[in-house]
Each structure stands twice: as structure tokens, then as C-alpha cells.
Write a protein that binds this ligand. Structure first.
Ligand code: CP
Length: 307
């Protein structure tokens, strides 16, 4: 695998995470430059996206690079039966970096095995979403002033939610306390709870999104129940409306509490939360631009601090 690929947050060290956060901070202050002049970045999205694709593409555009790719695989030769291997090998002929989202878990890892061009995983099924994690960490750092010793409550679809899986892994360096709030059907998978135990990460697990949980949290991370991951539509109907955050529920929450959500939301955060100063999800998405500028420059071996 190209050492600058970013497939799983578990592949990078604490020092690399902190370096990416420093880069994100730098790019927030200097979002426009020509440091990608002459570079071509391919964005291959086999699944729908608004934020991830557009913020990656904005990141490249603001740094003076060029973008190729597709947002709809229906316009690519994959509909004619071209394999993922062949698609990656073809695009490697044209691009210096490939950003890809795919519905299959492990697709990004597989891509690194068939090309020397660095790969950034923009989400692979229910598995990982490491660039989301970097923007989440950057958002937590900006709002809390630190990453250590925080109580983080993850709510909703913890089974299929790749963003919460990536976050767990990244937070192992920062002594978090997690509350997992989910129905039994969408509970945090056993493997991630085992990961917490192995890493000494404290966690509680409950189906009750109670005032006690809300009022003891520094971060509440809401997630959407992902209809596209369910094979049984009736099961989706049973669980889709179980958890919703309303403004009144925040009345006794901590002053430093911030509400995050990877977005898109459906109905798990009521719009009456949007004007609460503790709502941070739109700013969080904006931070994605800077976090992705950081990830792209790392992947291309460019150090913005030396330019
Ligand atoms: N958070 C996130 O991945 O959003 P998109 O699906 O719109 O890219």
C-alpha cells in the first residue's frame, strides 16, 4: 500500500493525527494557494455524497489542483461490467491521487493493492470514513480546546454508522468516555466494544437517551439511521424514528456541550436545535474542507509548512 494512502483511521499514528490537525488549522487560515499546481485528483463516488465529494473537490480547487471523476457510477464503464480493479488501474493512468467512496466494505483497501497511486477512503460501506473522523476530531478540538478526557455520546445507528466506528478508533489516543445510545437492533457491534475493552476505553451502553446521559456529555454525536444499509425495509421502519434530539432536551446540558452530526440528517435532530449555540453540525461540515486539504497534502507528500 502507498504509505500516504488513508484507508482506515487505524492505519495512522497519534503523531500523524496531530499533524493532520495542525495542517487543518493552517488551511483554515490559508485556504487558498497553488500548492497543488499540476496535480490531478480523481474523485470516484460509487455511492451518493454531498459533503464529502464537494469538500474534497473544493479542497483541491482552492489549492490549485485539477479534478476528474464521477459522482454517479451510472455514467462510468462500471455499468458495462468493468471491475473495480480495472477502473482503479485506468484512473491511476490519469491521476496523482484517488478519492473513492464505495458501497463494499474493504473496497478502498483493495484499491491500494492494485495501484501505487495513493487512495483516500471516502467511505466504504459500513466500515470506515476516516476523512470524516479527521473533521470530527478537528471540530471537537476547536470547540473543546482539547481532545483528551471528554465524554462523547454516540446516538442512533451505531451498527452501520461508519463515522462512529472510525471515531472510536481515533479516540483511543485521547482517553475518552463513550456513551453508546442505540436500540438493540442498531447497537455498537461487538468487535468495536472489544476494541474499547482492549484499548482501555470506558464506555456505557443504553437504549435510553436520558437527561442523565445528555447532561453529562461534552459532545453528542447524532447519526442517521441508514436506510440504504437495511436488507429488510420493515426493520428500517421499526427503528428509524427511535432517537430524535429536540431543543428542550438541552435545557440542562453543559455549557461546553456541542452537538455534532456527520449529516445528512433526516429527523434525528429537530430544526429547533439549529439556532441553539450548542448546535455545531453546519460548522463541522465546513471544517471538512480544511481537514480534507490536510489529508490531500499528506497523501501527495506536500508539507504546507515548508512552502
Ligand atoms: N458526512 C458525509 O459523509 O456526508 P455525505 O454523504 O453527503 O458525503
Amino acid at each position: 500500500m502507498n504509505t500516504h494512502s488513508l484507508v482506515s483511521i487505524a492505519d495512522i499514528s497519534k503523531e500523524e493525527i496531530l499533524d493532520l490537525l495542525e495542517r487543518a488549522k493552517y488551511f483554515e487560515q490559508h485556504p487558498n494557494s497553488k500548492i497543488l499546481d499540476g496535480k490531478v485528483v480523481a474523485t470516484l463516488f460509487f455511492e451518493p455524497s454531498t459533503r464529502t465529494r464537494l469538500s474534497f473537490e473544493t479542497a483541491v480547487n482552492r489549492l490549485g489542483g485539477r479534478i476528474i471523476g464521477f459522482s454517479d457510477p451510472g455514467t462510468s464503464s462500471s455499468v458495462k461490467g468493468e471491475t473495480l480493479k480495472d477502473t482503479i488501474k485506468m484512473v491511476s493512468n490519469y491521476a496523482d491521487l484517488i478519492v473513492m467512496r464505495h458501497f463494499l466494505e474493504g473496497a478502498a483497501r483493495y484499491a491500494t493493492e492494485v495501484t501505487d497511486v495513493p487512495i483516500i477512503n471516502a467511505g466504504d460501506g459500513a466500515n470506515q470514513h476516516p476523512s470524516q473522523t479527521m473533521l470530527d476530531l478537528y471540530s471537537i478540538y476547536k470547540t473543546q480546546g482539547r481532545l483528551t478526557d471528554l465524554t462523547i455520546t454516540l446516538v442512533g445507528d451505531l451498527k452501520y454508522g461508519r463515522t462512529v466506528h472510525s471515531m472510536l478508533m481515533a479516540m483511543k489516543y485521547f482517553k475518552p468516555r463513550f456513551n453508546f445510545v442505540a436500540s438493540h437492533e442498531l447497537a455498537m457491534p461487538q468487535e468495536y466494544k472489544e476494541f474499547c475493552r482492549a484499548e482501555g476505553i470506558e464506555f456505557t451502553e443504553t437504549t435510553d437517551f436520558s437527561p442523565e446521559v445528555i447532561n453529562s456529555s461534552d459532545i453528542i454525536y447524532m447519526t442517521r439511521v441508514q436506510r440504504e444499509r437495511f436488507s429488510d425495509p420493515l426493520e428500517y421502519e421499526r427503528v428509524k424514528d427511535l432517537y430524535a434530539l429536540h431543543n428542550a432536551m438541552l435545557a440542562n446540558s453543559r455549557d461546553n456541550l456541542r452537538i455534532l452530526h456527520p449529516l445528512p440528517r433526516v429527523n434525528e435532530i429537530d430544526i429547533d436545535v439549529d439556532d441553539n449555540p450548542k448546535a455545531y453540525y453546519f460548522e463541522q461540515a465546513r471544517n471538512g474542507l480544511f481537514a480534507r486539504q490536510a489529508i490531500i497534502t499528506r497523501a501527495l507528500g506536500i508539507n504546507p509548512f515548508e512552502l
